[in-house]
Design a protein around this ligand. Structure first.
Ligand code: GDP
Ligand code: MG
Length: 176
């Protein structure tokens, strides 16, 4: 716990989920307000640091992106190590990515040694015309797993900031 004099909060947050659900674009939208239609998955782990003000305290979130490791079912334990929060992302227009959520949750639990603030994220809500997963299905899975739930669009920015900030605020509440 930080002392009153020198408060410093740095929380690691990981983004997980199947390939091409929009993990990298959610992060680039949040951290840099950028979106890429043809983003190429690169190999190696990357993170971005965002600073927020919560209750007048400076809180830093170090948000990690798998950078494509998930294509090889090889997200390493180093990726999860020390994470206090997680966004578990699926694509509302591809049911198979929703069906994989429980596998990702299991992987997260296996690699965590602490309470992790978890948000289920149904991304690409701009593609409602080709939706394969209903809002209700997302909600009820999140409820069953005891997680937060939100639908986002990295393309049109819907709820992206909110998704990250709910998780970061929950971590802050858990530790302070
Ligand atoms: P990742 O593999 O999970 O990191 O997914 P990417 O961020 O690389 O995105 C995969 C593809 O989905 C790219 O072509 C993106 O442009 C596209 N994409 C990402 N987010 C959205 C979104 O919110 N809406 C739409 N329509 N496309 C998206
Ligand atoms: Mg990616």
């Amino acid at each position: 716990m930080p002392s009153d004099a020198e408060e410093e909060y740095l929380f690691k947050v990981v983004i997980i989920g199947e390939s091409a659900v929009g993990k990298s674009n959610l992060l680039s939208r949040y951290a840099r307000d950028e979106f890429n239609l043809h983003s190429k998955a690169t190999i190696g782990v990357e993170f971005q640091t965002q600073t927020l003000d919560i209750d007048g305290k400076e809180v830093k979130a170090q948000i990690w992106d798998t950078a494509g490791q998930e294509r090889f079912r090889a997200v390493t334990s180093a990726y999860y190590r020390g994470a206090f929060g997680a966004l578990v992302v699926y694509d509302i227009s591809r049911r198979s990515t929703f069906d994989s959520v429980s596998r990702w949750l299991h992987e997260l639990t296996t690699h965590s040694d602490t309470t992790v603030a978890r948000m289920l994220v149904g991304n690409k809500c701009d593609l409602a015309n080709i939706r394969e997963v209903s809002v209700e299905e997302g909600k009820s899975l999140a409820e069953a797993e005891g997680m937060f739930f939100i639908e986002t669009s990295a393309l049109d920015s819907t709820n992206v900031k909110t998704a990250f900030e709910i998780v970061i605020k929950e971590i802050y509440n858990n530790v302070s």
